[in-house]
Design a protein. Structure first.
Length: 321
């Protein structure tokens, strides 16, 4: 009996790219005739006609299934839903824009079936085509994560990967609402083979990620997999208390030993303003952790499915935790 590979493709406004993606994937499926395929297209509340394109593809391709959300829940929810709906012995996550070269599926399958790996994943070794500022901050983010978190987040790692069923089930057991999959892939452990490649431009459409959305996503990652900001805030608070204590002793000694009057109101105003800003900054850090906790305890579903052609999956329709 052949192995079944499920290919999960989260999509948001990918009506232009999807037909080209399926065309390329068809060629890979034809080459890998020694395995069976299932393609799970997840429509993440697209505002164009992505769902109609998916339905059209599903009518002409029996291996293609679609899952459509009731609204936009984000790529993280799209990936989680795809994993939940996938039936394969092995599950791949890919983007529809062909920035993830589908031909890597052949090498990935070899790695997880013959080389003893649980997962084979792609990582970019160059950021050619990206704005320099964006590339700089991306590299800084990975360096920060490496120092602040015990979970490995590999620089240049893509969501594109092929996983065995044990790896997939471990990810599905991570049911938190605030998701950062790049961290989860490392957190669950197992053996991963990294396949390096150079950056590839989108085949169609426009990227859904801008600098601000990437910045917010990086904050998600730091808050989800590190408590270092809280430790840092505590350390700075202790440090400034010590400085204030020393300053008080200095002023008292100077007053009684030398009779110098207390002066320097302008500098004192600057110090108070600085400390006030520092306090607000750390309150923001505490607020981030508190907000994430607030969203988790609500226990809302990760996603809600409005339409699908996959039967027998009622239990995962609402992404319950």
């Amino acid at each position: 009996m052949k192995d079944l590979i499920s290919v999960v493709v989260p999509c948001y406004n990918e009506s232009e790219a999807l037909p080209k993606f399926i065309e390329v994937l068809d060629r890979i499926i034809a080459k890998m005739d020694y395995v069976d395929f299932q393609v799970v297209l997840v429509n993440d509340g697209s505002r164009d006609n992505t769902l109609e394109v998916m339905k059209g593809i599903a009518q002409t391709h029996p291996v293609v299934k679609y899952v459509s959300f009731s609204r936009n829940f984000g790529k993280e929810a799209g990936m989680y839903a795809g994993l939940a709906y996938a039936d394969g012995d092995y599950v791949a996550i890919m983007d529809a824009d062909l920035q993830d070269p589908p031909e890597f599926l052949i090498d990935m399958y070899e790695a997880v079936t013959k080389e003893g790996y649980d997962c084979a994943a792609a990582r970019r070794v160059t950021r050619k085509g990206e704005p320099p500022i964006r590339s700089f901050f991306a590299r800084m983010f990975y360096k920060l994560m490496g120092k602040m978190s015990t979970t490995e987040v590999v620089d240049g790692a893509r969501d594109f990967r092929l996983m065995n069923r044990q790896f997939v089930d471990a990810l599905l057991n991570c049911r938190e609402y605030n998701r950062f999959s790049k961290g989860m892939f490392g957190w669950v452990g197992f053996k991963t083979k990294w396949i390096a490649y150079e950056n590839v431009e989108r085949v169609a459409g426009q990227t859904k990620w801008n600098f601000w959305s990437l910045f917010k996503y990086s904050i998600e990652g730091i808050v989800a997999f590190s408590t270092t900001p809280l430790v840092f805030a505590s350390f700075i608070g202790i440090l400034f208390c010590l400085i204030a204590f020393i300053a008080v002793i200095f002023i008292v000694v100077r007053k009684f030993a030398f009779g110098d009057p207390v002066a320097g109101w302008a500098s004192m105003t600057c110090i108070i303003t600085f400390l006030g800003g520092l306090q607000l900054f750390f309150m923001g850090i505490f607020g981030q952790y508190l907000a994430k906790t607030y969203l988790e305890v609500k226990d809302r579903p990760i996603y809600i499915v409005a339409d699908t052609n996959m039967e027998g999956k009622e239990g995962v329709r609402y992404g319950r935790r």
